[in-house]
Write a protein that binds this ligand. Structure first.
Ligand SMILES: Cc1cc2nc3c(=O)[nH]c(=O)nc-3n(C[C@H](O)[C@H](O)[C@H](O)COP(=O)(O)O)c2cc1C
Length: 219
């Protein structure tokens, strides 16, 4: 399964079976995490065998969660956008491995997650990961015209990028994206509020994966 196929098949899954993630897949996830951490200066980390990074509400709403990826990194102004971007890569990569995920950006337990990390880093969410009891369902979605515009006739890569963007998970499913294209330049904004930075990073990843990075530059 490609990342592009994974974008269509991925949906939030909150309830998991007790099937453990095999050692081989744990290794693959850890290798992908290491690449993301190195490239973006982050401290993502996979925890297996407990749900300490999940808050009480998440434990009530979900079930069977035994593994999660901590979204963390050194505190700096673009941390949330980078966590969004790399978290998007991880949920889609997990999907290509046959795993399901749940982005827990509000209902996580920072202290419980923090004890798995060294040094002074900020935790801003966790990704529950495992074998879902179901594959989830597509989210209710805005349409392309509500979030996008292009100066002139939009090329196919722009339309494909917007389609992909609409598949992205966002906090409370807000999809507060505004995407504008002009020749090969694209700007993306994502409203304001607590989750704006994370949602922006997720959106950038999905747009790039749909449009093809080689076709445009971020304005
Ligand atoms: C940044 C972020 C934070 C989220 N936080 C929570 C959360 O705390 N609790 C929850 O139940 N879902 C949370 N979600 C899941 C969203 O509700 C879900 O992604 C959205 O409804 C779209 O559905 P989909 O993931 O199936 O596409 C979060 C998603 C994102 C991207």
């Amino acid at each position: 399964m490609t990342i592009q196929e994974a974008m269509r098949q991925r949906h939030t899954v909150r309830k998991y079976t007790d099937k453990p993630i095999s050692g081989e897949l744990v290794e693959k996830l850890n290798a992908r995490i290491a690449d993301n951490n190195q490239e973006h200066g982050l401290s993502l980390s996979l925890v297996t065998g407990n749900a300490d990074g999940l808050g009480v509400l998440a434990k009530m709403l979900g079930s069977g969660i035994k593994n999660y990826i901590i979204l963390a990194g050194p505190d700096r102004s673009d941390l949330d956008e980078k966590l969004g971007y790399c978290g998007a890569d991880m949920i889609l990569y997990a999907q290509t491995l046959g795993l399901n995920t749940w982005w827990v950006g509000g209902m996580f337990h920072a202290k419980g997650a923090q004890k798995n990390l060294d040094g002074a880093v900020r935790v801003n969410g966790v990704l529950a990961i495992g074998y879902g009891q179901t594959q989830g369902v597509p989210h209710r979605s805005k349409i392309a015209a509500e979030i996008s515009s292009y100066n002139g006739s939009a090329p196919q890569w722009f339309l494909d990028g917007v389609d992909a963007l609409l598949l992205a998970p966002t906090a409370l499913n807000k999809q507060a994206f505004t995407v504008r294209g002009d020749k090969n330049r694209v700007s993306l904004t994502c409203g304001s509020g607590h989750f704006a930075g994370i949602d922006l990073g997720i959106g950038k990843y999905f747009f790039e994966a749909g449009a093809g990075k080689e076709n445009f530059v971020w304005a």
